[in-house]
Design a binder for this molecule. Structure first.
Ligand code: 1GP
Length: 244
């Protein structure tokens, strides 16, 4: 059972109240600290409910500096979405403890996690075990490159469903369907709805979502929480479409 008032229990209760959740992903390698306050102001005025912080290749300490700066400007929960152990900082509210279950690279299934333990021992950071599935999107992604794993083919629908379900049966608390940052095509809606139908845990969807229509389509197909990064990086005017 998740602790009362934990990020996870709030997530579960929001979802059971029928709310759809949106996380704005901020990449420490791309965000300039001087721009954080203006950017987060727009996040606060939008329908965003969470801030994710992370990236595939991030300089040491950049995540902590960014998290501390974001915290000055918002009350939204800040959740780490790390590409590596070095991105773990106790200043965030929670950590998606991602296991890349779509691939067979043991380092990303369990190896990095073992290395993270010495950082997490004694820490108050809320750890949320998350099954992470990389789905093909039409072009290679940095997740693929960094993890040296292949994305799952969009034609292997049953395999995607079974992999997500296996994550749940292993005790993971969230499933994340990832098309990859800047994906040409987001995760197909049909896949979102099949996976959602099978799961009893919240479903996160991200990668390549650039319009309000795509966001709504993802929600209508069953995504509980959608993650958007690149669209805001490319054009902050997108926040205007998503005002509260
Ligand atoms: C990437 O799912 C996230 O890990 C968000 O993707 O940057 O394409 O929005 P975008």
């Amino acid at each position: 059972m998740a602790e009362k008032n934990s990020i996870y229990s709030c997530l579960i209760s929001s979802i059971s109240d029928g709310k759809k959740l949106l996380a704005v992903l901020v990449d420490p390698d791309k965000m300039v600290i001087e721009n954080v306050s203006g950017f987060i102001k727009k996040v606060n005025q939008s329908i965003a409910t969470h801030i994710f912080v992370g990236g595939s290749t991030v300089n040491i300490n950049a995540t902590e500096i960014l998290v501390l700066e974001i915290k000055k400007h918002t009350k939204l929960p800040i959740i780490l979405f790390p590409g590596d152990v070095s991105q773990i900082t106790n200043h965030a509210d929670a950590l998606l403890f991602l296991s890349l279950i779509s691939g067979d690279n043991t380092e990303y299934l369990i190896g990095k996690h073992i290395k993270a333990v010495s950082k997490l021992r004694g820490s108050k950071l809320e750890v949320i075990p998350t099954g992470y599935l990389l789905i093909e999107n039409g072009r290679p992604t940095s997740v693929e490159k960094v993890t040296q794993t292949k994305p799952m083919s969009t034609s292997s629908v049953q395999n995607i469903i079974d992999t997500a379900k296996a994550g749940e049966l292993l005790g993971m608390k969230l499933v994340y369907l990832e098309a990859g940052s800047g994906a040409l095509q987001p995760v197909p809606l049909e896949i979102i709805s099949f996976v959602k139908r099978e799961l009893n845990i919240p479903l996160i969807v991200g990668g390549g979502i650039r319009t309000k229509q795509q966001l709504e389509n993802a929600y209508n197909s069953g995504a509980d929480l959608v993650v958007i990064g690149t669209a805001f990086e490319d054009d902050e005017a997108f926040f205007d479409d998503l005002r509260n």
